[in-house]
Design a protein around this ligand. Structure first.
Ligand SMILES: [Mg+2]
Length: 170
């Protein structure tokens, strides 16, 4: 089941640093929107994330936004970061990640997908040979389909947490 495990798991996007990316050989990021950069459906960037994105770019990290949400939702949001974007992404299907890598002129193995969902963000990245960075969702969602998805994620997230504890003990 390696295909559903991320390269790295972190609390939130602000914990992604140029140093960490250098360690895992990543020079470009594909960023999810809902519950990664903002609350679900919100046009307001989460605190510190616009500055974070500028800092990453100043450190030579390329990035673009990729969301399964609509163009109307994603375009004005991406504009606040000054970032290129793809909407209606059909994540986790690999073709959309491949076109994102092409747009950024980077090899797939140098790209990390950053997102809050295992069965879209992480799975899609792993399916097409990219790295993946799993975050905690900014806020828990209320709908039935989301609760189901989070329930399916729980075992994997628990295991990641356990791995972290084991590493710290060593
Ligand atoms: Mg998301």
């Amino acid at each position: 089941m390696r295909i559903v495990y991320p390269t790295v798991s972190l609390q939130n996007i602000l914990a992604v640093t140029p140093e960490l990316l250098r360690e895992i050989g990543v020079t470009a990021l594909i960023l999810d929107v809902d519950n990664t950069l903002s609350l679900h459906g919100s046009q307001s960037p989460a605190e510190g994330t616009v500055e974070w994105s500028w800092n990453m770019r100043q450190n030579g990290i390329k990035m673009m936004i990729l969301s399964n949400n609509t163009r109307d939702r994603v375009r004005p949001f991406a504009a606040q970061y000054g970032l290129d974007f793809l909407s209606r992404g059909c994540k986790p299907l690999p073709f959309v990640y491949r076109s994102a890598a092409r747009k950024m002129h980077v090899e797939r193995k140098s790209v990390a997908v950053v997102g809050d969902q295992i069965f879209t963000d992480v799975l899609g990245a792993n399916l097409c040979g990219m790295k993946s960075i799993l975050l905690e969702p900014i806020q828990k969602e209320g709908s039935f389909s989301f609760r189901l998805r989070r329930k399916m994620e729980r075992g994997i997230r628990n295991r990641l947490q356990q791995d972290k504890v084991d590493r710290e003990r060593k």
